[in-house]
Each structure stands twice: as structure tokens, then as C-alpha cells.
Design a protein around this ligand. Structure first.
Ligand SMILES: [Zn+2]
Length: 395
């Protein structure tokens, strides 16, 4: 029999440890014997891994008080307070920051309006938000384990911001700058990808392997989860579905293409259409909040504009469903607040345009994490990175 090389043994050990860790994290409180039974690992291996994780403060044990006779079982728990993560949603006109435990439970929230998009000023405001959250972190063995930031723009595999059009930023190495400021690992991801991960881990898309998160805000971006993993493309900038063509002869988009989906189905499209239709008497600066209030009061012009928006969203979703055959589509970001008015027109368009098979097999949902999906996703990217660094999760 061939002897295992040291490298292989380490790999086997690491895989076993991550299996035991995930079992405690997902099924805890659980006993050593139950873990052994569930995973097929022998009891000695389970005990060794558990002892290691108790020493590292990732797991703790409590003797059960009730017992049906015989020895009292000792139950193992994942220590979700071993450290804390920071998740930031860097919007175009706001910063939302969350401090979470290692299970994504929100401990603190800080929200600020951004009055400028000037890089240096935004960075200072971002630092202040991060510092506030660090100050609020309870004492713990690992402290703040990471900072995740969701940014509305193209992020490459090195996590450099290549282009954030609405912020007018190009080639910014925000990751290194924040890391040098706080000496805490930083992960940067595109906002739609962060939202997709947030919903996949904590929200509407839990246990769904194939899902597309459609972030409808000022523009439209999408996050693609395939077989449980985020798909980011060759250079990290996949998911720009806001720029596929839905009207070949449509007007010019800032991306260079004509008739892009986001010209008809985004927040900007909604506000422009509302202005054109003179839905309010004072039409100079219509806001989403006004439209929401008016829709609730039954303003017919506003309802008509929202109906058209829903139909236009449905046309784009038809393309996505035909391409990916996802189990679920999750509509998130600011326009998801209009779900009660746009849901029916979306479904009508899908009914008209999709083949029977696709209609039967795709769920259309709205984000359940709401305004937190991007920041929670960003926090979870940092948690996952921390677990990998500590050999609790495989690469
Ligand atoms: Zn475009």
C-alpha cells in the first residue's frame, strides 16, 4: 500500500476538520457520537478535531441538564461570538455598515448619507463608519475578523475597483488602503454579487443552488450563483445584464450599446417615465418615496407607470430565465419596495413569453433581507475568508 505523503495527510486532516466544523455549525447543539454517526468519521478523529476547535474558541461544550438515564450527553455548540465581521454597502448616495457575529446576526448598524462622490471624501466617511463599528464590537477571542465592502462597479479578481460609473471612480485600490488603515483583512466585491451571496446564505435563496439575484437600483446588475458558487467570469466582471439589448433600435446607453434593459427597467427609468407622464403636480424632483406614497393612495398615473416598469422588468427576466434556467430569481435593491405593484405585470409578461417548462420551474422572489442584503453578503464574504484562513472551510 502506498504511504500517504505529509501533504496529503494534512489535506485529509483539514477536510475532516471542516466537515466536523460545518456539522457543529449547522446541526449544533450536537454530541461527538452524533457527529461521528452523521459524518461517518470515527470517534477518535471527531474527538481530536473537536478538542482542537475548543482550544481555538470556535466550539464550546455544555453538559446537557436533562438526561433519560445513563450518562449525561455533552453537547457541542458553534461559538458564533468568537469574532465579529463588518459588512459595508457603499451606495452611490449612502453608506450602510453592519457589525455581525459569525452567523450573520446583526449586532450594530450605521447608516449615513453620502453628499459627495469624490473618492477621498467618501473614503474618509467610510473610515469613520468602520471605526464606529469596530468600537462597538464586544470583546471576543478574535475581535473584528474582516471588513467586506460591496461597491457598485466592476471589480477584478485582484479586488481592485476597475470602474464604478455612478461614482465616477476608475482604478481604485480601496482594498489595500482600508487594510493599511485598520490592519484587518478586507474583501471587496461588486454590489450585486454581494447581494446574491447575502440572499443565498441568509435570505430568500437559502439552500437554492442555482439562482440569479437581480439588483434593480439606479442601474441594473446581477449576481449569478451556479451550483452554490458565485460565478464572476474570466476577469471578475460578469453579470452586467442591465446592458443586454431589449430594443435593437432603442436609444443610446452610456455603455455604448443601444436599447439596454436598464434604460427601461431601473430606478432612473422609473423616475424619468414618471416625470414625462407628469404623475405629480410638482414634477421637478420626483423621489421613490413620493412614488411609493402616491401608489399607496391609488394615484392612477403612478400605478400606470409602475405597471409599465413591471412589464419591462419581466422582459429582461425572460432573457435571464431562458439563458440560465435558474431555480430562483431574487429581485433586490431599491425597486423591490414596489413589489406589490410590479409583481403581477412581471408574472403576466413571463406567462406570455416563457415556454411552459420554464414557467413551471422558476420561482420569482423579492429580497427578504431588503436593504441589508448587500452589507450582509459583504460581511459573509469576510467570514468565509476568515474560516478558510483558520482551516475550518476548504478553498
Ligand atoms: Zn448599456
Amino acid at each position: 500500500m502506498q504511504k500517504l505523503k505529509t501533504g496529503d495527510q494534512n489535506l485529509v486532516k483539514q477536510m475532516n476538520k471542516s466537515i466536523v466544523f460545518h456539522t457543529i455549525q449547522k446541526k449544533g447543539p450536537i454530541s461527538r457520537a452524533q457527529i461521528s454517526k452523521l459524518t461517518g468519521l470515527n470517534k477518535a478523529t471527531v474527538s481530536t478535531m473537536v478538542s482542537e476547535m475548543i482550544d481555538e474558541s470556535f466550539v464550546y461544550e455544555i453538559e446537557a441538564t436533562q438526561s433519560s438515564g445513563g450518562r449525561k450527553p455533552v453537547m457541542l455548540y458553534f461559538n458564533n461570538h468568537a469574532g465579529y465581521s463588518i459588512g459595508i454597502d457603499l451606495g452611490v448616495n449612502y453608506i450602510l455598515g453592519l457589525l455581525t457575529d459569525l452567523n450573520g446576526n446583526i449586532i450594530e448598524e450605521v447608516s449615513q448619507d453620502l453628499t459627495t462622490i469624490q473618492y477621498g471624501d467618501v473614503k474618509q466617511q467610510l473610515y469613520a463608519v468602520i471605526q464606529t463599528l469596530i468600537n462597538k464590537a464586544p470583546d471576543s477571542p478574535y475581535g473584528v475578523i474582516g471588513i467586506g465592502i460591496g461597491v457598485p462597479g466592476n471589480i477584478n479578481h485582484e479586488e481592485t475597483i476597475i470602474l464604478a460609473p455612478n461614482l465616477k471612480w476608475e482604478h481604485k485600490d480601496l482594498k489595500t488602503e482600508v487594510q493599511n488603515e485598520f490592519y484587518i483583512p478586507v474583501k471587496i466585491q461588486n454590489e450585486a454579487n454581494s447581494g446574491a451571496i447575502g440572499e443565498h446564505i441568509y435570505g430568500a435563496g437559502r439552500n437554492i443552488s442555482n439562482l440569479i439575484y437581480v439588483s434593480i437600483g439606479i442601474g441594473i446588475g446581477t449576481g449569478i450563483i451556479i451550483q452554490g458558487n458565485l460565478y464572476t467570469g474570466t476577469s471578475g466582471i460578469s453579470g452586467e445584464m442591465g446592458h443586454f439589448t431589449i430594443d435593437a433600435n432603442g436609444r443610446k446607453c452610456r455603455c455604448g450599446n443601444n436599447g439596454c434593459w436598464e434604460l427601461y427597467a431601473s430606478e432612473n427609468a422609473l423616475l424619468e417615465h414618471a416625470k414625462k407622464q407628469k404623475v405629480l403636480e410638482e414634477t421637478n424632483a420626483i423621489t421613490l418615496k413620493q412614488l411609493s406614497t402616491e401608489a399607496q393612495m391609488g394615484n392612477k398615473k403612478v400605478l400606470q407607470v409602475l405597471h409599465t416598469l413591471g412589464e419591462n422588468i419581466g422582459i429582461g427576466l425572460t432573457n435571464i430565465i431562458n439563458t440560465f434556467n435558474p431555480q430562483m430569481i431574487i429581485i433586490g435593491n431599491r425597486l423591490s419596495q414596489f413589489s406589490s405593484w410590479i409583481s403581477n405585470p412581471i408574472h403576466n409578461v413571463l406567462d406570455e413569453r416563457l415556454s411552459y417548462y420554464h414557467k413551471e420551474n422558476t420561482d420569482i422572489n423579492f429580497s427578504i433581507l431588503g436593504k441589508h442584503s448587500i452589507a450582509l453578503g459583504a460581511a459573509s464574504i469576510s467570514i468565509s475568508h476568515f474560516f478558510k484562513e483558520n482551516k475550518l472551510e476548504n478553498e
